[in-house]
Ligand binder design. Structure first.
Ligand code: FNR
Length: 426
């Protein structure tokens, strides 16, 4: 039996400290964020750290956690602690997943490959984003190289083209995905002033469309469109030329050829036209069962009635999430939504939660409030920006370590036994 992940991580850090080395990735969120900002371009910071409107949902996510306090119990034997959970037939070493994050290439080229590497090292699942910066097959291969069969899921944005949806699902199954998370809160992009003020939409520069440019069905749609007579001539300016280079670089194939052929530009326009379906309804969700044999998880559930409906149509899990506060300003915090939803679901499907959950103590609270597992978004992106794959790994390893210590210090020995009794509302 080991000392546990908390003490192991502390030992690693303090032992390096004796030799004069300090951790490259800060161990608290505020410092992690500050250092990540320094490591990123202005555009990357705006997209990754930014939120909707005045940022009130992001603040609400943190404040809601602050309204719950951990009430420790003493004199219980906490020498052995169990962080593991069972989720859709998989035994996971910690109740934590890497949330899907699109356009991560803004922080580091082919971000998803590095994040996949990090997740595989830790043995926790990585949810591949539909808006990834590397094709899912490449990420899966990297994960298998590190740890064969390392757990992974695929996150789907439901396109207006059903054949594209089926193609993405088939590729995800072939890439070893163990569940499909369908994101439902982004039928349109939220009002994001940080990006708007820079006029910066990563996808318009082909950043974060690698799952599309690597897809055979998408290639068919682009070929049809490229063959159609050209519309208005594109504007010629320094900015437009830079964008053209960015698109050519981000599209598979030789740079020079990509600069002259129409497909890369048409690909970007096609993506913008078809990536999401604002008309999406329960009717499409009900067809998912025939489209995939994998467990289905709905991401972006915040209302108890929607959670009830999800259980009603046989959904396997939900992610209580406000997309890290990136979609609606002044939205309910994910923790407040969780406290409404957990009693309604009452164990009939798995509940995951994300948005503003940045520390081990935060994860502890989310689990005690009824979540089965937690997804981590910005912290792993900040680690990535600071120190690549090792940084993404360490950012999440630190959260797991603090969770382990918090569990024991609060007098508990298994995350799966936590309940609201461990907390008090303050
Ligand atoms: C996201 N998120 C997201 N979600 C999703 O389903 N598909 C996606 O492509 C993305 N892209 C994305 C990009 C960036 C830069 C961020 C920060 C987030 C939302 C993500 O999965 C998760 O819900 C939030 O990140 C959780 O909130 P925190 O942990 O970032 O506060």
């Amino acid at each position: 039996m080991t000392a546990g992940r908390g003490r192991e991580r502390q030992n690693e850090i303090y032992t390096a400290g004796v030799a004069g080395r300090v951790p490259r990735v800060p161990t608290n969120f505020a410092e992690l964020e500050r250092r990540a900002r320094k490591a990123m371009s202005e555009r990357a910071w705006a997209y990754i750290a930014g939120g909707a409107g005045e940022g009130r949902t992001m603040t609400a996510n943190r404040e809601a956690l602050g309204r719950w306090a951990i009430v420790p119990r003493i004199l219980r034997d906490v020498s052995h602690r169990d962080l593991s959970i069972d989720l859709f037939g998989a035994h996971l070493r910690a109740p934590i997943l890497f949330a899907p994050v699109g356009a991560g290439g803004l922080a580091l080229p082919e971000a998803d490959i590095h994040i996949g590497h990090a997740a595989a090292e830790l043995g926790v699942p990585y949810i591949f984003s539909n808006q990834g910066s590397a094709p899912m097959e490449s990420v899966a291969a990297e994960m298998d190289r590190v740890r064969p069969g390392a757990p992974r899921w695929f996150q789907l944005y439901w396109s207006t083209d059903d054949d594209l949806v089926d193609s993405l699902l088939a590729r995800a199954e072939k890439s070893g995905a163990q569940a499909i998370a369908v994101t439902l809160d982004t039928t349109m992009l939220g009002w994001r002033p940080q990006d708007l003020n820079l006029g910066s939409l990563p996808f318009a520069k082909a950043e974060g469309i690698a799952q599309y440019t690597s897809d055979p069905r998408f290639a068919e749609i682009v070929a049809e469109r490229a063959a159609a007579p050209a519309g208005d001539k594109p504007e010629i300016s320094l900015g437009a030329i830079k964008t053209l280079f960015s698109i050519a670089r981000s599209t598979p194939g030789a740079l020079l050829r990509n600069l002259v052929r129409p497909e890369p530009r048409v690909g970007v326009q096609t993506f913008l036209d078809i990536y999401s379906r604002p008309s999406l309804s329960w009717a499409e969700i009900e067809t998912l069962r025939e489209r995939t044999s994998l467990p289905i998880v709905l991401k972006g559930v915040l209302h108890p009635d929607d959670a009830r409906a999800a259980v009603g149509v046989g959904i396997d899990g939900i992610i209580v999430s406000n997309h890290g506060g990136r979609q609606i300003d002044g939205e309910i915090s994910s923790i407040d939504a969780l406290t409404d939803i957990a009693p309604v679901v009452d164990g009939r499907c798995k509940i995951l939660v994300d948005s503003g959950i940045y520390t081990g103590a935060d994860v502890f609270k989310a689990l005690a409030l009824g979540a089965d597992a937690v997804c981590i978004g910005r912290p792993h992106m900040y680690g990535l920006a600071i120190d690549g794959a090792a940084g993404a790994r360490d950012a999440v390893a630190n959260i797991i370590a603090e969770l382990d210590l918090t569990l024991g210090l609060a007098g508990h020995t298994a995350v799966s036994d936590l309940s609201v009794d461990a907390l008090r509302r303050v």
